[in-house]
Design a protein around this ligand. Sequence first.
Ligand code: SAH
Ligand code: SF4
Length: 362
Amino acid sequence: MDIEKILNKKILNRSDLIYLMKIRSAEDIEKIFKKAYEIKLKNIGNKVYYRGLIEIGNKCIKNCLYCGIRRDNKNIEIFEMTKKQILKSARWIYENGFASIALQSGERQDKEFVDFIEDVIVGIKKISNNKLGITLSLGEQTYETYKKWFDAGAHRYLLRIESSNKIIYNSLHPHDPLHNHNTRIECLKDLRKVGYQVGTGVMIGLPGQTTEDLVDDILFYEKMDIDMIGMGPYILHDETPMGKEFKEKVLSVDKRVELGLKMIALTRIYLKDVNIAATTALQGLDPMGREKGLKAGANILMPTATLEEHKSKYQLYNDKPGIFDSAIESKEYLDKSVKNIGDEIIYNNWGDSPHFKKKCLK
Ligand code: SAH
Ligand code: SF4
């Protein structure tokens, strides 16, 4: 089959995506990236939007087998940012022209946490004259909690499915009611019902994951009518069960970066108008990972604005990049590299997913 012919098709099917995903020649992979960038320009433009990411706490009730801040990792110092600290970071983000903030943490479902987040959301809205857009990435919650946070002013939510293949999902998590693939799907549906712009994503290069699984992840985004996608390579963390078991067996760094970029490109080619992040994990494996992500069709960057003193305690995986940079250094570095590849950073604009906006107009 001719790669150009497939890339020029109006609508690709599963076999086309699998074919493209399996391509190995560097020259042909470049053609895929080029096409994805073209589709980005047509549907979104060369615009890149920032989300200032604050990691607000590392206490987690879950025990995901891949994650460095899982409940059973006792080698980490627990931290929780106070409301005052979070608002201080939010003010910094606002004053630096980032129109949008993302709050992330380990998962907690207790009432104290739910009320705390509600209070913080209201506080962020207040200090920014209602201007800062708020994205949450705080895991699985009840419909009522999602609604409470939405009513307080959050409008986007990221909850990764990790893998759309239930068998893989189960291999990444303990087998108990707290780690359940169906619950995660129900949460994504609840988020949609409440009215959020819904984001999900997967880890790429997981043990046992096939090309077909990755393509099915893209089809899952379509089926769930997802607005924003944040996905990146799986990276080992030494203090986790998977980090120990797969130390010698995980795909090479180059292969995981290649797959990560191909996933961005094929998602852009297939879904066209969604927001796609070039994630920190991609940069974790390749110093130019985020720039390459933008060239392969991504349009969102999430520079970390977590307080200096806490960054090293929020290590989801080994050698998480940026932890020794100050927030301002991260921003300046990103400004420069985005310009270098020909994209433009848009300040003071929420950068909502065009996919979501179109739905609102229907
Ligand atoms: N507790 C929340 C948010 C923090 S974790 C949640 O789980 O949704 C955010 C994301 O980090 C996870 O969805 C997962 O995809 C990613 N992550 C965790 N450990 C990782 C690892 N070892 N390699 C790559 N990504 C990882
Ligand atoms: Fe907790 Fe999220 Fe890490 Fe799972 S991935 S252990 S829920 S922080």
